[in-house]
Design a protein. Structure first.
Length: 58
């Protein structure tokens, strides 16, 4: 294997790791922001509240 192939494989693996992290740590709750949440919190705060985990009082 030459250096170019090794770098390509490493870049692919790094992208997979980043995507996995993003999915675990920064995902939105299923279904997205609801109209009820928008009425209660406003648009941007509803998005922030949607990202919070269940253990934090969703």
């Amino acid at each position: 294997m030459d250096t170019k192939q090794v770098k390509q494989i490493a870049d692919t693996e790094a992208k997979k790791m980043v995507k996995g992290h993003e999915g675990r740590m920064h995902k939105m709750a299923k279904g997205g922001v609801t109209g009820e949440a928008m009425q209660k919190y406003g648009r941007n705060m509803a998005r922030a509240m949607n990202q919070r985990g269940n253990a934090r009082g969703k």
